[in-house]
Design a protein around this ligand. Structure first.
Ligand SMILES: [Zn+2]
Length: 229
């Protein structure tokens, strides 16, 4: 039976009922082997340590860093024929300090997430504003609140809409126009009703093309003062 390749103190979770060779206590949940004989943790001067089960890698690493004395707890897996790590024994104070460090990290991460979210929200607001301004430059007759709604809708994060595309981000004329056309199609024409009644998408678009063009023309010319009102 080969021992696991670990450095430092080893503590075993015995598979059989084992008793301390020194104080005769047992059966022992954890034991240390000294000259091949089992010793309880108290007799091995490890009785003051607390068990930290495996699972939280950062906490384990820090608890061992903080602990003057620590041990690795292993158990033999008969099926796999090897020792497996179950956790570590560390000083209680060290574990408390390690937990504090991990909590501080979690808090720092949480604060960073809040800052990032705020920054993204500000960027989004600025982008939607710029998008709306561009809509009004290309379509001066488009009502301001409509331009804002189109810009917000198109630039929603994670939507995959035109405003989130590279072209939309660059605010190309075609990307801005595409967002406006989509809005007109849904709000100013019977497009959605046609789709609901089973008209194929391309046929529906063909039928409403003239209505879309009329609205767009009205919005383009309104700003020039020729077709206002
Ligand atoms: Zn003992």
């Amino acid at each position: 039976m080969t021992l696991p390749p670990l450095t430092g103190l080893l503590v075993f979770q015995p598979l059989k009922r084992r008793y301390c060779a020194e104080c005769r206590r047992g059966p022992l949940p954890l034991l240390v082997l000294e000259d091949g004989a089992p010793r309880c943790l108290d007799c091995a001067d490890l009785g003051h340590l607390v068990f930290l089960p495996s699972g939280d890698t950062a906490l384990t690493r820090r608890a061992r860093e903080e602990s003057t004395l620590s041990a690795v707890v292993v158990r033999f897996n008969q099926r796999k024929s090897r020792y497996e790590r179950q956790g570590v024994l560390v000083e209680e104070e060290a574990l408390a300090r390690a937990e504090l460090r991990c909590l501080a990290d979690a808090e720092a991460r949480r604060r960073r997430r809040v800052r990032d979210a705020r920054r993204r929200a500000a960027q989004d607001a600025l982008f939607a504003q710029t998008f709306a301004t561009e809509i009004r430059r290309l379509f001066p007759g488009c009502p301001a609140d409509r331009a804002r709604a189109v810009a917000l809708h198109a630039s929603e994060r994670g939507s995959g809409r035109v405003g989130r595309s590279a072209a939309g981000r660059a605010l190309t004329e075609s990307a801005v126009t595409a967002a406006v056309v989509a809005s007109v199609r849904h709000l100013d024409t019977p497009y959605d009703r046609l789709l609901m009644s089973g008209v194929p998408r391309h046929e529906a678009r063909r039928r409403i093309a003239a209505a879309v063009a009329t609205v767009l023309r009205g919005w383009t010319e309104a700003g020039l003062g020729s077709a206002a009102g």
